[in-house]
Design a protein around this ligand. Structure first.
Ligand code: CP
Length: 305
């Protein structure tokens, strides 16, 4: 039985197969419409979510399966003090696979160690968000035709943004990746990540102004400032509008640069940018459903001929 805690749990070859499957699902959805009949997905979300929870549920329903779960720790027995380890033992009696989001780093890993069903980390604190990374990689591969040899800018809250941490770890397995980390000094990418890039000889630069690297980028990954991870509101208010991508800044970018964002967006991308064909963050949402369908089939070892 396999779980997904980190994007690195899959080899590059396994990811290629997963993305091939996701692209086949996108091309021929009806072929997969009954693949999970009789199977159930539990979504156990101890933290708010729109995309991740609903895209998992949509994915399982598209596969002919059923869904159950909770979207708020307060409506589960966690509110009475039940541990994640006990909860997953119970969920294992109700469902065939579980997607779990939790504010504590490592909580889905604890669940996986006690589970009788595959557990998917749907985001754990400021640590990892592997299915967002699968979504990001599939979007890039589908729209650019490759995952190697890119100059990518990651902009915003690089300290607390778990999607950024997962994406960097995943991308460095492909050749020719060069990073620009664009953040205020307070929200720099953690040292453990830059230390690892130095060790591996991977090119990166840290800049404060988006304008300083915009013309060089082939991909721009915007992120919101993660209010829920700040220790005080004053710091959040000071930093929340540090970056606002607008049409004026987009004019500095290459004609074929793609703008991605895991969403939700707050103010960091002006709504006027949505009409720019280079803005692909809503297409990214659709790819998130296909890749989660492929992931459910893969972890449940269901093959569709
Ligand atoms: N991208 C993402 O994780 O969105 P949600 O928090 O809405 O699930």
């Amino acid at each position: 039985m396999r779980h997904l805690m980190n994007p690195l749990d899959f080899t590059v070859e396994e990811l290629d197969r997963l993305f091939d499957l996701a692209e086949d699902i996108a091309a021929s959805p009806s072929k997969y419409a009954h693949a999970c009949e009789g199977r159930k997905l539990a979504t156990c979300f101890y933290e708010p979510s729109t995309r991740t929870r609903l895209s998992f549920e949509s994915a399982m329903l598209n596969l002919g399966g059923q869904v159950l779960g909770f979207s708020d720790a307060g409506s589960s027995s966690a509110a009475k003090g039940e541990s994640v380890a006990d909860t997953i033992r119970v969920i294992s009696c109700y469902a065939d696979i579980c997607a779990m989001r939790h504010p504590k780093e490592g909580a889905p890993m604890v669940a996986a160690s006690r589970s009788r069903i595959p557990v998917i980390n749907a985001g754990d604190g400021g640590h990892q968000h592997p299915t967002q990374t699968l979504t990001d990689l599939l979007t890039i591969r589908a729209l650019k035709g490759r995952l190697d040899h890119f100059t990518i800018g990651l902009c915003g809250d690089l300290k607390f943004g778990r999607t950024v941490h997962s994406l960097i770890e995943a991308l460095i397995r492909y050749p020719g990746i060069r990073f620009f980390f664009i953040s205020p000094p307070e929200l720099r990418v953690p040292d453990y990540i830059t230390d690892s890039l130095k060790e591996k000889g991977i090119a990166y630069e840290e800049v404060i102004r988006l304008e300083d690297c915009m013309p060089e980028l082939e991909l721009l990954y915007m992120t919101r400032v993660q209010r829920e991870r700040f220790f005080n509101e004053e710091d959040y208010v000071r930093l929340k509008d540090f970056y606002i991508l607008n049409n004026e800044k987009m004019a500095l970018a290459k004609d074929d640069m793609l703008v991605l964002h895991p969403l939700p967006r707050v103010n960091e991308i002006a709504v006027e940018v949505d009409d720019d064909p280079r803005a692909v963050y809503f297409k990214q949402v659709q790819y998130g459903v296909y890749v989660r369908m492929a992931l459910i089939l893969t972890l449940l070892e269901i093959k569709v001929e």
